[in-house]
Unconditional design. Structure first.
Length: 255
């Protein structure tokens, strides 16, 4: 329904406005619209990532179940930390009939589209050596609020791709867990209205369950491991898909 009084006031303002003022008003509105569009694009770019924590959790539950501690215990027998006490996965992807240059172009395209914003960035891109390294980030893969403290675990992984004629080697590494901790702001602290700063910590995996039997945050560490393991599957599957079928599916020389 149109407000007649508001409409009449707008009409009077429009009629009483000079031509130059009218065009100035149009320019101002256009600038506002342009700035809004830019801010929207920036927001989309910063939040771009392969998979959000919510989507990753659904994927992990489908594959490993919702009982994180049991899933981590079952997985522990298949996993072993490397010499740096980091969790590392390696897989070789065969790409017959594709040269090193062709594979580099495909993977450079994939890495640029995947790790070009926010906390997910390309750290090394060497065409001659055939090496691309990126850092990927998934926020809040696990969290817990106890009686006294609360903490949130973020996943930071390093994805390295070595490229040669006819094959690609993917190395996925989780060196540690990035954790935001608020001491004294657990359930009891929240009831008392306690406010505490966030302390950023790095939890080494050999101190976390299931690699360490004694872990005061056992269930949260278990979930973090399953989420990290699930993310390795997602990353390697996506790289394999890009290598075999291209990033968008039309990367052929017949054009």
């Amino acid at each position: 329904m149109v407000n007649r009084e508001a409409y009449g006031e707008s009409l009077r303002l429009f009629v009483g406005t000079g031509k130059n003022d009218y065009f100035d008003l149009i320019q101002i509105n256009m600038k506002k619209m342009f700035l809004c569009a830019v801010m929207l694009l920036l927001a989309v770019g910063v939040n771009a990532q392969i998979m959000r924590a919510e989507e990753l959790e659904k994927y992990a539950k489908r594959r490993y179940g919702a009982k994180w501690t049991d899933a981590a215990k079952n997985l522990a027998g298949q996993l072993q930390l490397d010499k740096n006490n980091a969790l590392t996965y390696t897989q070789v992807i065969e790409a017959p009939n594709k040269t090193k240059t062709q594979l580099y172009v495909i993977l450079n395209y994939w890495y640029t589209n995947t790790f070009g914003s926010g906390n997910s960035v390309i750290q090394l891109n060497d065409k001659d050596a055939g090496v691309i390294i990126a850092k990927s980030n998934v926020d809040a893969i696990a969290s817990h609020t106890g009686g006294l403290n609360s903490y949130t675990i973020h996943l930071t992984s390093i994805i390295k791709t070595d490229i040669k004629d006819g094959k690609v080697r993917v190395t996925y590494t989780v060196p540690f867990y990035d954790v935001d901790v608020m001491y004294g702001v657990g359930i009891l602290g929240a009831q008392e209205g306690t406010v505490a700063p966030i302390v950023q910590e790095k939890w080494l995996l050999d101190n976390c369950y299931p690699f360490a039997r004694r872990d005061s945050h056992k269930k949260t560490s278990a979930k973090a491991l399953i989420m990290a393991h699930a993310y390795s599957n997602v990353i390697i599957d996506k790289i394999e898909e890009a290598v075999k079928n291209g990033v968008v599916g039309n990367e052929t020389e017949d054009w």
